[in-house]
Design a protein around this ligand. Sequence first.
Ligand code: SF4
Length: 344
Amino acid sequence: MEQQTSSSACNSELQTSIINIDGLKAAGNCDHVTVERWSVDDIMALFELPFNDLLHKAQLVHREHHEPNAVQVSTLLSIKTGGCSEDCGYCPQAARYHTEVENEPLMKLDDVLAAAKAAKDSGASRFCMGAAWRGPKQRDLDPVLKMIAEVKAMGLETCATLGMLKDGQAEQLKEAGLDYYNHNLDTAPEYYGDVISTRTYQDRLDTLDRVRSVDINVCCGGIIGMGESRAQRAGLLAQLANMEQPPESVPINLLTQVEGTPMHGTEALDPLEFVRTIAAARVTMPNSFVRLSAGRQSMGDAVQALCFLAGANSIFYGEKLLTTGNPEADADNALFAKLGLKKI
Ligand code: SF4
């Protein structure tokens, strides 16, 4: 398993001293601490528990670390849709795939602020702004910094997902008032090459390091149901759980298959395997908010209820989820009422 360090200069041969701290395995190295809390085998053992035992374990962890019936609610707005130069095999926004998504310019500030106000009025506590870029050029970043500052001034938490960040860009985002940066690992390192070729796993880790280094909260997860194996699902969770500081927010997406993308036609994942993935994420990252993200629309109330039982405690709500649909806010409110969940 690849271990996470805050410096690529560390020599892994020095990472030798394994000690037990509160039941966690921690490896000391140079002037950093590299943690190996969960091996892929450990996480596979969770996946292979009887379903009820896994959900029971996840509920116990969840109740120890979170309000059991509270769900954090974010709204996501695509501020720059389509025309992306990357080749993520699941994404209808990649310019190279023939989908119905058009290349649109960056939204105007006033339109973004109107959407943020609507999100706030409908109960969202966090407003996420997503742009389909490989990474922002400075001329792209400047107007986004303004959006972040103004959304923050409205009393919402701010989140952005803009692609890979270069040196100095995380500092500018922090200065503008950004609370969270989303950048997903997508899948396990072993399966990554089957999903995308235009950026490396290390590129992603480097962006996450830049975000962490300026104390912006990290939102990082992946996509399930892309044809990966169970061991690769466990491998993704191991990457996340073993970060020196696991992400504050862990979106677990179910692949939304879009015609025209290479992953359209992938064999659909058993919904109970998705629930198991949520439960394993909850157990391995007890303090993180585990977010039901893309694909929620296709799950129906019963599977979503199982996901909440398994420890999911964050959703995207209301607005369209980037370019694929999201259940209407009314349907979410009805489900919350049925389950006795409250929005936070
Ligand atoms: S997932 Fe993001 S980076 Fe990848 S093609 Fe889509 S918009 Fe571009």
